[in-house]
Design a protein around this ligand. Structure first.
Ligand SMILES: [Zn+2]
Length: 60
């Protein structure tokens, strides 16, 4: 799956704040994501994240 810094990931499972749009801050073996609604920043293993992605939005 092609994911780049700056992309927005629409997740299948929503965050605790009821938002499912996550901004990509860093990619690698782990992704650093920021919740677009509450601003929470967290790290997630790439394989776990990819399983949970519904759509990748680029160039917004
Ligand atoms: Zn959130």
């Amino acid at each position: 799956m092609d994911i780049r810094v700056g992309d927005v990931l629409i997740m299948k499972k929503e965050h605790a704040c009821k938002n499912n749009r996550m901004k990509v801050l860093r990619v690698g073996a782990d992704f650093r994501l920021e919740c677009e609604k509450c601003g929470h920043v967290f790290m997630i293993a790439r394989y776990k994240c990819e399983k949970n992605i519904k759509t990748v939005v680029r160039g917004e």
